[in-house]
Design a protein around this ligand. Structure first.
Ligand code: ARG
Length: 458
């Protein structure tokens, strides 16, 4: 049933119908569409625009439609233009003429704005759950690896020793911020556009604040033209999603490196790896690579909607229908990536001894050797030069700083004494880094305690 056939004398060209229709994708929010309609008729009745009996008939019809869609007896096919027409046509078919009163004081422009907001609100909740599960998994990894020493890198060159707990803790912070970005987006979008009509409000005495409260909004939007043409919340959502994907992608890049034959810091579980059709020895980190790869898709969605919106005059324009497929795809992508990534890291094995050996062999304790000299009165710049000579000596012999003899140390600087060996042990180097946020176990335990409180507050 067309909602707008009255002033037309010709049937719509079939290709035009297909090109224009959104039912192929907006059927995703049939639940939100029905929920919004129930709130709308409830408000219309409170305002004396519909009778109680009309309201009850319409709500029974809408509830029946939802139930039948869910149990599969009512199939959303492609004949209607969009989900709004589909629900209204079905309602009229079910309850008769009273169904034609549903759309009183409403336009599809404020209706679609409402549906999308309700849908996004629900999906933000689902993505937040997945982020929370990931944080719990990272928390477990941190607790188990407070003394798992590994090299910390800058420029992908071994720099100073850290622990796996510290490294994972960096991602804990990132995903924590991602949750708060989503919460921000949700609080800013949480104003109800229904009642804005097509663009200029309506002449019926609607109680917009009441509709807003029925649908758990903070309040009603304050400008009807903005209400139907605002897609800022999708831009914010896709920006927050892009940041989540960027974080996942960086972590994936590290997982891929760590799982390689060269690093062997971790071993991905067989259940989360795939093989090669030709090379029998291969066990590939495809999941990590795919998550890294899908990041581009989500960035694409953000750039796409920014571009769609940039030239639009007020108020509603059909261009805005383009907001849906890319947003839905980004939601599916982010949810899939978060779930798979969490599964992948919860099943991987940490090769602690390999990580520690790598930290030792990469001169990550060179700064500590310089600090030792400084603590014995050598100016830092001189200490830097002396340790540079130690490193050169070790490189020529193919050994670590820990493997030099005291005589060899003394030959380069007489300041060194036997306690240098304790000063440059991995454990000492890490334990001494005890400023808040550093890898030292005492402060790491403090951060873990704070994270525990954060996770408990959910
Ligand atoms: N399918 C449309 C969209 O997604 C719904 C709003 C249509 N409004 C209109 N006046 N054609 O944006």
């Amino acid at each position: 049933m067309k909602l707008w056939g009255g002033r037309f004398t010709k049937e719509t060209n079939q290709l035009v119908h297909n090109f224009n229709a959104s039912i192929g994708f907006d059927q995703k929010f049939y639940h939100q569409d029905i929920r919004g309609s129930i709130a709308h008729v409830t408000m219309l009745t409170k305002q004396g625009i519909l009778t109680n009996a009309e309201r009850d008939t319409i709500i029974a019809g809408l509830t029946g439609i939802e139930k039948d869609i869910e149990n599969g007896t009512l199939v959303i096919d492609g004949t209607e233009e969009d989900i709004h027409s589909f629900v209204e046509a079905n309602l009229i078919a079910r309850v008769g003429d009273v169904g034609k009163k549903l759309h009183t004081g409403r336009s599809r422009n404020d209706q679609v704005a409402l549906d999308m907001k309700l849908y996004i609100r629900d999906e933000i909740g689902a993505v937040d759950e997945l982020l929370f599960s990931l944080l719990k998994e990272l928390h477990r990894l941190m607790k188990e690896n407070v003394t798992t020493y590994m090299p910390g890198f800058t420029h992908l060159q071994k720099a100073q020793p850290v622990t796996l707990a510290h490294h994972v803790g960096a991602y804990f912070e990132m995903f924590k911020r991602d949750r708060s970005r989503l919460a921000d987006t949700k609080s800013r979008l949480n104003y109800c556009p229904l009642g804005a009509g097509a663009l200029a409000g309506t002449t019926y005495p609607l109680d917009r604040e009441y509709t807003a409260s029925l649908l758990d909004f903070t309040g009603a939007t304050l400008n009807s033209m903005d209400s139907v043409s605002d897609r800022d919340y999708l831009i914010e959502l896709l920006s927050a999603f892009s940041t989540i994907m960027m974080h996942l992608s960086r972590f994936c890049e590290e997982i891929i490196l760590w799982n390689s034959n060269e690093y062997r810091f971790i071993t991905l579980d067989d259940a989360y790896s795939t093989g090669s059709s030709i090379m029998p020895q291969k066990k590939n980190p495809d999941i990590a690579e795919l998550v890294r790869g899908k990041t581009g898709r989500v960035y694409g969605a953000l750039v796409s909607i920014l571009t769609t919106m940039k030239g639009l005059p007020l108020a509603y324009n059909k261009d805005m229908q383009e907001d849906k497929e890319l947003t839905f795809d980004a939601i599916d992508t982010v949810k899939g990536c978060l779930a798979l990534f969490t599964g992948m890291i919860s099943t991987m094995t940490v090769n602690a001894s390999v990580m520690e050996a790598s930290a030792k062999n990469g001169f990550t304790n060179a700064t500590d050797a310089a600090d030792y000299l400084v603590n014995h009165g050598v100016p830092f710049r001189d200490a830097h030069g002396i340790v540079g000579q130690l490193v050169l000596f070790c490189e020529q012999k193919g050994i670590a700083l820990d493997d030099m003899t005291l005589d060899e140390y003394k030959a380069i600087s007489p300041v060194f004494e036997a306690d240098i060996f304790d000063a440059i042990r991995m454990e000492t180097c890490v334990t001494k880094r005890n400023t808040l946020g550093a890898p030292g176990p005492a402060v790491m335990e403090e951060v873990i305690r704070r994270n525990e409180i954060y996770l408990g507050e959910k």
